[in-house]
Design a protein around this ligand. Sequence first.
Ligand code: NAD
Ligand code: MG
Length: 382
Amino acid sequence: TERVAEALDAHVPPRRLEVALPGRRYEVITGAGLLGRAGALLAPVLLQKRAVVVTDSTVAPLHLQTLTDGLAATGITVDSLVVPPGESSKSLAGFGDLADRMLALGVERRTTVIALGGGVVGDLAGFVAASVLRGMPFVQVPTTLLAQVDSSVGGKTGINMKAGKNLVGAFHQPIAVLADTDVLSTLPIRELRAGYAEIVKAGLIGDVALYDWCESHAQDVLGGDAACQAEAVRLACAFKARVVGDDEREEKPNDGRALLNLGHTFAHALEAEMGFDGSLLHGEAVGIGLVLAFRLSHRLNLCPGQDTVRVARHLQRAGLKWRLADCGRPLDPERLLAHMRKDKKMRDGRLSFVLVRGIGEAFTSPDVSDADVLAVLAGDDA
Ligand code: NAD
Ligand code: MG
């Protein structure tokens, strides 16, 4: 089996992508078999031969042993802390509990926190790493496609509060990201598709070549072709790295990180309205939100209708939800608009939308009228 593993690795050799930020840089390593070689891959960046792996109880039985063996192989001492799976762990109580358990291990400032899991584990462990002992080195080992292409890169960490998602947190960049395609083989197809929507989003914002690549490789990525998955992760991370490198703390009012919210004002409203009960995953809401952003842009005479059709068709072919009807029950436009008004992306009390002039040409617009948003939500634009 070792030879088989080697052959597979040779098929998807590790590739390194650099995220360059003012005063700091780190690598996103993509490929197969990375968990088992984590010790060797991380050796150059670890400050101490000691790490604490944070993971959830779904991922732990699947991938924790491979990672701890890979770390132990180079003499790294490893502790692990397991949290319940799901968004509820990303809470103030979950944060307090994890921080206490971290401190109980007697960690030091040079001990590295390693997040092994999806975006929930990454955001939670990242926030603990940002705050325990006023900041510990942090490594992301993302295990969902969404985390590999989106949440593990860029340094945003945090937890949910009563007032809303991700409202307390910190910017804390990782010292390395290991995106191993092997872990994607255990991920449910629905989660895989949801992550794929964020790759499409990246292309639609500002990378036509990436979007074109998606149209010809979606079936391979979603069908489990490791080489294509690694390439998709690399392309999407390269895009996000460019955007984040240019605007690390989302301070640019009009372009920069704000553009990463394409489709998200609609998506967050849909998620809030559907109620976070698992019936609509974030990436699924993003798929619908992307099409709505294109339709809104078309209604405002900013974007050709054929681009909207092309995007809708692509998401549909990829098996994603792509229209409001896919939510499974009728949704009231006025209620969705009310959710948008509570979105934290409001600036000076106005709704700020990411719109498009076409595929790969997103921009932010502060002056979209409620009437146009409502018309699109009501389907009056068709
Ligand atoms: P998640 O972390 O909840 O993972 C989804 C489910 O898949 C969980 O049940 C998990 O246990 C399971 N899982 C994870 N890896 C698996 C694997 N390899 N095999 C089988 N099951 C596996 O969800 P997510 O979609 O990865 O992340 C969503 C979170 O990410 C949200 O909280 C969101 O706010 C956050 N996020 C953060 C950023 C950022 O920049 N920090 C960006 C986007 C999203
Ligand atoms: Mg998103």
